[in-house]
Design a protein around this ligand. Structure first.
Ligand code: GLC
Ligand code: CA
Length: 540
């Protein structure tokens, strides 16, 4: 299976559909929605972690890698999900969190109890470095009462694993094999570019320690080992690595087929263009020139070097893209389609995050009490400590919180948006009456636009396989690119603003076939005007 013509749909299981009335989404809920997913046309569903976990970081703190959290269902239900999905032509991708485990995991508990074998599963030192946790504060915490410290790049309850230890690697490869044996055809590897740490760890005051543990050469070796020991034997399996603070050079290496590491990588640079001075917890308008520059850099470099991008606008860690990149009050529908075209017609595998296909927006919560995410709560406190007023701190959290994406899927206009009969674990967004799947299927046009994009990727090799070149890279409001394959060319133009934009078309595209357009009956002339948030694909 090549992954180039596939489209992957991400489900946050906690928030998809609750079938047993505990306010938390479950596996049975996903099974129930398989016909909906089939209608959309996606090839694979990626589930955020469904393993047993104390849920300090919503499942990314795993306490047992080879079981299902009872809150989501049983192993039998999980197996039935794989099988029923298959019957709908859909495969399942699992989230593998192999950089760290919960401190409640048996390995950490044994280590704490003094077992030397398991102490070598973690990164434990007499002295700490100055590294900062990605969720704020010191990245080191006291290891019991031993006087030593263990490393946690994320929450204090997420202890980093020691990949230098071959026994740890073998344990983790066994986990991957366990799920392969169940019929899993995709793996999303959480923060996988952080697994390689040096023997001697160094402080790095300049950048919170990041260069000391990010994209280390040894990480490429570990990935090759994992590939060889596990998924490399099955050409149908799709792998995607989540890369924190990475570079295009490294992502080319992670994904070049002959290196046998991963199928594709997620990077986050394009989703930091609305960070002030690189800081997430700020609120400024997005920098279009920078967004375009990043798309072109990653597009051309990956294209010229046989690397492969995983493209996305939304996931469970990001506020909704519509609120970030579009005048959502006035152009929600046009903007949703334009954003979709910009990645679905691009070179790379597109991911759809649940709710994106119906144009879901941020929930617009009105109080800090509505937020539950550990990162958001920490950030609010830090903003107050920095001297921000409570109003400003709230405004920033409201625009950047990960909970923006994690609110329940909006299915209907009924109570709790049809997600659950009970009070949901996280409040439903404030726009569920106007934005929900039932209404969208009845009278909307975003879902149908996604269906079309998914179909086109399968019908036109120029979309799945074509090369990538920048078009009008200096344009101040249009992101354009050309795809080319076996003599066929596709020009894609995306207007990222609410004002009309002029473009000069090269002669060869004038009169070309309009493959897809989010406005009606556009005529392709040489002096071409794009309407607000218009996106058009012209084939010759
Ligand atoms: C990834 C996940 C995020 C999680 C973190 C730690 O970035 O996407 O949700 O908090 O890793 O596992
Ligand atoms: Ca439930």
């Amino acid at each position: 299976m090549s992954f180039k013509d596939k489209v992957i749909y991400q489900i946050y299981p906690k928030s998809y559909l609750d079938t047993n009335g505990d306010g938390i989404g479950d596996l049975a809920g996903i099974i129930k929605k398989l016909p909906y997913l089939k209608l959309l046309g996606v090839d694979m569903i990626w589930l955020n972690p469904v393993y047993p976990s104390p849920q300090k970081d919503n499942g990314y703190d795993i306490s047992d890698y080879t079981a299902v959290n009872p809150v989501f269902g049983t192993m039998e239900e999980f197996e039935s999900l794989i099988q029923k999905a298959k019957e709908h032509g859909i495969d399942v991708m699992l989230d593998m969190v192999l950089n760290h485990v919960s401190i409640e995991h048996e390995w950490f508990q044994k280590a704490l109890a003094g077992d030397k074998k398991y102490q070598d599963y973690f990164i434990i030192r007499d002295e700490t470095t100055d590294w900062v946790s990605k969720f704020g504060g010191n990245a080191w915490a006291p290891f019991g009462d031993t006087g030593k410290y263990y490393l946690h790049l994320f929450d204090i309850t997420q202890a980093d694993l020691n990949w230098r230890n071959p026994e740890v690697r073998e344990e983790l490869f066994n986990v991957v094999r366990f799920w392969m044996d169940k019929g899993i055809k995709g793996f999303r590897f959480d923060v996988i570019n952080l697994i390689g740490k040096d023997e001697v760890l160094q402080s790095n005051a300049m950048s919170d320690g990041k260069p000391e543990y990010t994209d280390k050469p040894i990480t490429h070796e570990y990935l090759r080992m994992m590939n060889e020991a596990t998924y490399g034997s099955d050409p149908e399996i799709i792998t995607v690595g989540e890369m924190s603070f990475t570079t295009v050079e490294n992502c080319i290496m992670y994904t070049q087929p002959e290196r046998h590491e991963l199928s594709m990588t997620f990077n986050f640079h394009h989703l930091k263009v609305d960070y002030e001075e690189g800081k997430k917890w700020t609120k400024v308008p997005f920098d279009f020139a920078e967004l375009k520059r990043l798309f072109h850099t990653w597009g051309t470099q990956m294209s010229e070097n046989q690397g492969w991008n995983a493209w996305f606008w939304n996931n469970h860690d990001q506020p909704r893209a519509l609120n970030r990149f579009v005048d959502v009050e006035n152009y929600r529908v046009e903007g949703a389609k334009m954003l979709a075209s910009a990645i679905h017609l691009n070179r790379g595998t597109p991911y759809i995050y649940m709710g994106e296909e119906i144009g879901m927006v941020d929930p617009d919560f009105e109080s800090m009490d509505d937020y539950v995410d550990v990162e958001s709560l920490n950030a609010y406190q830090e903003l107050l400590e920095q001297g921000k007023s409570p109003e400003r701190a709230f405004e920033i959290v409201q625009s950047k919180s990960r909970d923006n994406a994690r609110t329940p899927m909006q299915w209907t206009h009924e109570v709790n948006a049809g997600f659950s009969k009970a009070t949901p674990w996280l409040a439903v967004g404030n726009h569920a009456t106007e934005i929900n799947a039932a209404k969208e299927l009845e009278e909307g046009s975003i879902f149908a636009y996604y269906q079309k994009l998914i179909r086109l990727r399968k019908e036109y090799p120029v979309i799945a396989e074509g090369s990538y070149q920048a078009f009008v890279p200096e344009h101040e409001s249009v992101y354009g690119f050309v795809r080319e394959h076996n003599g066929q060319k596709l020009l894609v133009l995306n207007n990222f603003f609410a004002q009309a934009a002029e473009v000069q078309l090269p002669e060869e595209f004038v009169g070309g076939e309009v493959l897809i357009d989010n406005y009606l009956s556009t005529e392709v002339t040489s002096d071409f005007t794009l309407q607000p948030y218009q996106s058009i694909g012209i084939l010759i």
